[in-house]
Ligand binder design. Structure first.
Ligand SMILES: O=C(O)CCC(=O)C(=O)O
Length: 268
C-alpha cells in the first residue's frame, strides 16, 4: 500500500509528536476479547509445557527466580498462527506505515510473562541487536495487562531516537534479567509509559528504554512485543531471519556481521 494512503492512521499532530519524542501510543488497538485470547493461549501453553523452542523450568530448578519459570518466549510467530496473526495485524501495519512513511517488514515477536517478583530489563536500544540499516527498527509493544511502574511497565527516554546506538555497560543482575545497560543520557529523563490492555506503544530502535522489576505482589505484566523494519532497509542481523512482509511472504535482506537476540540473559 502506498505510504500516503496509510498516513491517515495518525493525525499530523500525532506524527509530529512521534518525530519529536521517538514514540507513539495507539490506545485500544486490540480489543479486550483479543487480549484475552492471546493471554489465555500463552498461559495454557505454558501450563501444558507446549511452548516450542522454550526451556520449561520447574519451580525446583528455578532457584527462587520466577523469571526462570516464566522466561520470555522468543519468535513464537514462527510456530504459532495466533502470534503470526498479531505480528501481521493490519491495524498495526497501518500505524507503522504512517510512522515510517513506507511499508514495514516484520522481523521479530516475543511474549513476556513478567509475573509478580520478576526482574526487569535494563535500559537499552533495540537497534543495537537488530542492526537494521539504513534507518532503524521500530517496536510495537502491546500491553496484555495494565502496565505501570508498580508491575514493571516500560519506561522510555523521549528524544533519544536521534542518538547513535551506544555501546552498553554491564547491567545490575539483581534488577535486570538482561546483561546490557545503556544509561539514559543527560537531559533525557525516563518517563513511565502507562498502558491499559490492548494499548500499543510504538518506538524507534534508538530510543533508550527498559523496565524495573515487577514489584507488585499480585499483578502480572504480560506483553506481546514485535519488531519491524522499514521495507527500504538493506540489511539486519541474521538472528531475525526469516523476515516477512505484512502479507506473511518471506523477503530477503543482507545480513550484518554483528547483532543478536534482543538482550541476552545473565547465565547465573
Ligand atoms: O518489556 C520489557 O520489560 C522490556 C522489553 C524491551 O525492552 C524490549 O522488547 O526491547
Amino acid at each position: 500500500m502506498p505510504a500516503l494512503a496509510a498516513a491517515s492512521a495518525l493525525t499530523s499532530a500525532q506524527l509530529a509528536a512521534y518525530h519529536r519524542d521517538g514514540y507513539y501510543i495507539a490506545r485500544g488497538l486490540f480489543s479486550p476479547a483479543e487480549v484475552f485470547e492471546l493471554t489465555d493461549h500463552y498461559m495454557r501453553m505454558h501450563a501444558a509445557r507446549q511452548l516450542k523452542n522454550y526451556t520449561h523450568t520447574s519451580w525446583e530448578e528455578a532457584g527462587g527466580d520466577i523469571l526462570k519459570v516464566y522466561t520470555r518466549v522468543m519468535h513464537p510467530h514462527r510456530w504459532d498462527t495466533l502470534a503470526l496473526k498479531w505480528l501481521l495485524d493490519e491495524r498495526v501495519a497501518d500505524v507503522l506505515r504512517a510512522l515510517l512513511d513506507e511499508d514495514p517488514i516484520a522481523t521479530q515477536s516475543m511474549f513476556y510473562y513478567k509475573p509478580p517478583g520478576a526482574k526487569g530489563q535494563a535500559f537499552h536500544q533495540d537497534n543495537f541487536y537488530l542492526r537494521v540499516r539504513p534507518k532503524s527498527c521500530i517496536a510495537a509493544w502491546t500491553a496484555l495487562d495494565r502496565s505501570d511502574l508498580e508491575n514493571g511497565g516500560l519506561q522510555v527516554c523521549p528524544g533519544t531516537h536521534t542518538m547513535e546506538v551506544a555501546c552498553p555497560e554491564e547491567a545490575n543482575a539483581d534488577e535486570s534479567f538482561s546483561t546490557h545497560l545503556v544509561r539514559p543520557p543527560e537531559g533525557h529523563t525516563p518517563v513511565p509509559v502507562i498502558l491499559e490492555p490492548g494499548d500499543v506503544l510504538f518506538f524507534n530502535g534508538s530510543v533508550v528504554h527498559g523496565s524495573t522489576p515487577n514489584r507488585s505482589a499480585t499483578r502480572w505484566r504480560r506483553s506481546y512485543i514485535c519488531h519491524y523494519a522499514p521495507e527500504s532497509c538493506h540489511e539486519m542481523s541474521k538472528w531475525y531471519f526469516p523476515i516477512l512482509d505484512m502479507q506473511g511472504r518471506e523477503v530477503v535482506r543482507g545480513e550484518t556481521a554483528d547483532g543478536g537476540p534482543c538482550g541476552t540473559e545473565f547465565k547465573k
